[in-house]
Design a protein around this ligand. Structure first.
Ligand code: PMV
Length: 330
């Protein structure tokens, strides 16, 4: 296919996991929402055979062909970190007749990476969509499946949930291999993300849960059963806009995450702090081991909780709303 344009941009939202992280990897449901914080990728055709990626002060250049494993073992730090973005682009370029095309990609994010807000999924989704837009009108299903392939570089048992919510947006009930169900909300929910600043590795945490599961099969099955039950009650509570119930279930979900060993003492302290200051509920979100918590607050007490957190701790507080647009191309 010939180029449709020489420059294209796309943006995709980050996400919060309201219920079911980690258990979703083992085919249990999860409830996720995309948030009004985005990652934007600008892609431009270049006249070399290179894929160049710029993100967050890092720069890496790759040959625009599939790279053999022996080359990958000699990657620089930037090449290793930005590799999923190269994978996102090469997944699109490999389908073009002209294999000599190179692309420059520039990534700008309005939320931090590595803190459980889905930055890698949002980067892959917007990179795939921006590069696709150079040749064709992107189809969201195709963008999502290519982004999931690229994200599997980061951890190969990815449930795909992050790429899914980033592409389609909104609030969904998701089960790997079973697809998703849109959850309609009758009112806005007010979430607060509090970032501990402790970066985590999703791959390491997913592996630690795998080891926990292998060593504690009956317990893990019991916890999975509790997680499924939380998700089904949460679905009802969300559909009925019962904020008190949603909050209670979030806090209940946090206990399961503590039991599988992915919480952190700073996270537990913050969860407790938000509850004491009147949040309906709070829990870690994403892989854990640091990262962020989410708290559900009423619209009235949100700014009070932010003030208290800013007064007592030095964490970054990010009020978020649910995004209903998902992937956007420009
Ligand atoms: O922390 P994040 O944004 O990478 O979220 C990972 C979510 C997990 O459930 C732990 C893994 C997955 O693939 O769903």
């Amino acid at each position: 296919m010939i180029c449709r344009r020489s420059v294209a941009s796309a943006s995709a939202p980050g996400k919060i996991i309201l219920f079911g992280e980690h258990f979703v990897v083992y085919n249990n449901p999860a409830i996720l929402a995309s948030i009004n914080k985005r990652i934007k990728v600008r892609a431009q055709i270049n006249k070399t055979d290179k894929i160049n990626v710029k993100s967050n002060g890092l720069f890496a250049s790759y040959a625009s062909s599939s790279l053999p494993k022996d080359i990958r073992s000699k990657f620089t730090k930037a090449q290793r970190i930005l590799y999923p973005l190269y994978k996102s682009a090469i997944g699109v370029l490999a389908e073009q007749d002209n294999k000599k095309i190179g692309v420059d990609m520039d990534l700008v994010s309005d939320f931090p990476s590595g803190v459980g807000l889905g930055s890698s999924a949002a980067s892959c989704v917007s990179a795939v969509a921006a590069v696709t837009s150079l040749f064709d009108k992107p189809d969201k299903n195709e963008v999502c499946s290519k982004a999931i392939q690229a994200e599997r570089i980061i951890h190969n048992s990815s449930s795909g949930a992050d790429c899914y919510i980033s592409t389609f947006g909104g609030l969904i009930y998701y089960a790997k291999n079973k697809g998703y169900k849109d959850i309609k909300l009758k009112t806005d929910l007010s979430f607060l993300v509090v970032n501990t600043g402790i970066k985590h590795s999703t791959r390491t945490l997913v592996s630690s849960v795998r080891r926990f599961r292998e060593g504690n099969m009956p317990l893990f099955e019991d916890l999975s059963c509790r997680s499924r039950y939380i998700c089904s009650r949460a679905l009802d509570a969300l559909q009925n806009c019962n904020e008190k119930k949603i909050g209670e279930l979030m806090s209940e979900n946090h206990i399961l995450l503590q039991e599988i060993g992915v919480s952190h003492k700073k996270i537990d302290k913050l969860v407790q702090f938000c509850l004491e200051k009147g949040a309906f509920g709070a829990k870690l979100t994403g892989a854990g081991g640091g990262g962020s918590i989410i708290a559900l607050t009423s619209k009235e007490n949100k700014s009070g909780i932010i003030t208290e957190i800013n007064k007592e701790c030095s964490y970054q507080c990010i009020p978020v709303k649910i995004d209903f647009c998902g992937l956007l191309t420009y």
